[in-house]
Design a protein around this ligand. Structure first.
Ligand SMILES: [Zn+2]
Length: 334
């Protein structure tokens, strides 16, 4: 049975080898940016661990355990996901009660399978209290329990959690691989798939979300178009934009905007060179070429660096409006 995952063949191979050779770890931590397929990999691993008759480290796809897993109703698969809030991108909190319940559940004997598997998805959304609660389970794992965590980065978890897990760090995929999956698995037309694959930064989940949500694609379009307006705008207009962005968006949403703007500035810098490197924002080709002509390379680099600095500062809880003002005032004027 396939792992139902686009890309990351190396990670699947590694896990299949662990499983088929009986070298199963007590805890795995799958890391990587949003939309890469961390949860799919975690569930593929869980299915293989629960399957009655695994084949070369993969779930067989037709035993009773696999049927239950395909309906997400296997009694030995325990899963905790953050409760979702936020309108533009998914942010959530892991409830301590859910973590405590899971810790209790893994202390019980398996109901059907040889083991119980606990999946804690986006565990970087858990606060220190929840992470510490799980720590005891990782330090003294009950027999026949495998814990699978996912997080954007290993650094966002307590070092004591991290050190007890086998870390599997997923990387963005080549856009061509994402494009191929969009065309063959989801029937998306090739030109649109190519755009979505690049815009997603090699993250199949993000590409699919954009494909299914025309609003998200439109919002991306207006966020990118704002860059040109800001460069043409006065200081007053830039102050107003910083104020509006800080007021209307939470920190994760602002970070998403900064990421998008950074991708545009990177495209502008690429357009200044003769390098034949793939651009991200294919549908903004004309604006990118125009900016590459009107802005100096130094000013372009400075704008990109200011984005990186601001993203760092926001990660450290500084006043968002002030940080955005400083950034936008450092951008060149057209
Ligand atoms: Zn099976």
């Amino acid at each position: 049975m396939s792992w139902n995952l686009t890309g990351h063949a190396w990670a699947v191979d590694l896990l299949r080898r662990d499983l088929s050779q009986g070298r199963i770890r007590h805890a795995y931590l799958i890391t990587g940016p949003d939309g890469l397929g961390k949860q799919s990999l975690a569930l593929g691993l869980a299915s293989a661990l629960l399957c009655d008759a695994p084949e070369a480290g993969s779930a067989c796809g037709h035993c009773r355990a696999c049927m239950l897993n395909s309906r997400a109703t296997h009694p030995d698969l325990l899963k905790v996901v953050p409760e979702i809030s936020g309108k533009r991108i998914r942010t959530g909190k892991v409830k301590i009660e859910a973590v405590r319940q899971l810790i209790y559940d893994v202390s019980l004997k398996p109901i059907e399978a040889r083991r119980r598997v606990a999946c804690l998805i986006d565990f970087d959304a858990a606060n220190d209290q929840s992470q510490n609660a799980l720590l005891k389970t990782l330090e003294e794992p009950p027999a026949n329990v495998v814990v699978i965590l996912t997080a954007e980065s290993a650094d966002t978890l307590l070092p004591t959690i991290r050190s007890r897990c086998e870390v599997i760090a997923l990387r963005p995929l080549p856009p061509a691989e994402v494009c191929d999956a969009l065309v063959t698995l989801h029937g998306i037309e090739a030109e649109r798939a190519d755009l979505l694959a690049r815009v997603s930064g090699g993250r199949p989940g993000v590409a699919l979300r954009l494909a299914r949500d025309p609003d998200a694609l439109a919002e991306r379009y207006s966020t990118l178009a704002l860059v040109k307006q800001l460069l043409l705008g006065s200081r007053v207009a830039r102050f107003a934009a910083a104020e509006r962005l800080a007021r209307e968006s939470n920190v994760d949403e602002i970070q998403a905007t900064l990421q998008l703007w950074a991708s545009l500035w990177r495209d502008v810098l690429l357009a200044m060179t003769d390098a034949d490197l793939p651009r991200t924002n294919l549908d903004f080709g004309a604006d990118i070429e125009a900016l590459a002509r009107e802005v100096t390379p130094a000013a372009g680099r400075q704008a990109l660096q200011a984005l990186g600095r601001t993203a760092d500062l926001l990660g450290r809880n500084v006043n968002a409006r002030l940080a955005l003002e400083v950034m936008l005032l450092s951008w060149p004027s057209l």
